[in-house]
Design a protein. Structure first.
Length: 305
């Protein structure tokens, strides 16, 4: 939790210049506490696995949160029991009148299709548009990041000759953004995708801020609307064995997928994966929840606009 110190104390400005968060007394008195409302649009095929991965990261914060899972009415998942979906998920139409402090939209296994040919494109773009006025801050992950950048800002995607697959070193280009408080000069992020967005397209739009990039895997994270939208091209939420399962699933079935790089001990797929991204994953999600959701959302949630 932030350190609470008196108004106008000289230390406030000094600490802010060092990118350390402080809360003065006036701001502290203006804050009331209530559980944060977080909604997750889970587009991944193995929904229970993705739920677990995301809740693991969200639970590592001292703040209370109410998590709601959203599903698409126009798409029926094939890899998750219908009983699970009926018990734990709500259609967008059931939630459209509500407002949420934060939202996470996951990746989806449809990146081989042009956006407009995705069967649920119309519904998912309705949700993208709804989030602009009904959510304080939204994290778009992997395919959702590319789709969100395309829908909101016209950023195209480009096919890759080989799958971008493995653990890649990422460099923070905007170290003073609150979402990177406590970060090292670089960190690692899992990537698992057949398409990319390009730096030049991001740089050409002054509404977008390139926040993370890699010399190997390209654009890592883009911020828009002062942090109301984050677009993350990789999978910081992945468990230790997720890339291994994907690799063995595709082994012998695809000719454009190599062994995930920088992943197995000694680059030997017969040995265990080495986790190098978990600490920064927890820190990024904590920073997002604290600085872009909790510190920005109104106490009266209906005032989000």
């Amino acid at each position: 939790m932030p350190l609470r110190i008196p108004d106008r104390l000289p230390a406030i400005d000094a600490l802010k210049r060092e990118n350390i968060f402080v809360m003065d007394t006036s701001r502290a008195h203006a804050q009331d506490i209530r559980p944060l409302r977080i909604v997750i649009l889970n587009l991944m095929p193995l929904k229970i696995t993705t739920e677990t991965d995301l809740i693991r990261l969200l639970s590592n914060t001292p703040l209370q949160m109410d998590v709601t899972f959203m599903k698409l009415k126009s798409h029926t998942p094939k890899n998750t029991p219908i009983e699970h979906m009926m018990m734990f998920y709500k259609d967008f139409d059931e939630l459209a009148a509500r407002k949420f402090d934060g939202m996470i939209i996951t990746g989806a296994p449809v990146e081989h299709l042009p956006y407009e040919e995705v069967g649920y494109w119309d519904e998912v773009t309705r949700i993208f548009e709804w989030a602009k006025t009904h959510v304080t801050s939204t994290l778009y992950i992997c395919w959702a990041a590319q789709a969100g950048l395309y829908y909101h800002y016209g950023i195209p995607k480009y096919p890759l000759e080989r799958k971008m697959f493995g653990i890649f070193r990422q460099h923070v280009t905007q170290p003073l953004l609150p979402i990177f408080r406590g970060f090292d000069d670089f960190f690692y992020m899992p990537q698992s995708r057949h398409t990319e967005i390009r730096r030049a397209d991001i740089a050409a739009d002054d509404r977008l801020t390139l926040a993370v990039e890699s010399p190997e895997s390209g654009v890592g994270m883009v911020m828009a609307r002062g942090g109301r939208e984050f677009f993350i091209t990789g999978h910081l939420e992945y468990s230790a064995d997720t890339l291994d399962k994907e690799y063995r699933r595709d082994l012998g079935k695809r000719d454009d997928v190599d062994m995930p790089v920088n992943y197995y001990e000694g680059d030997d797929p017969s040995r265990r994966p080495v986790v190098t991204w978990r600490a920064h994953a927890n820190l990024l999600f904590n920073n997002w929840i604290n600085y872009y959701v909790y510190q920005e959302t109104p106490y009266d949630i209906d005032k989000i606009e």
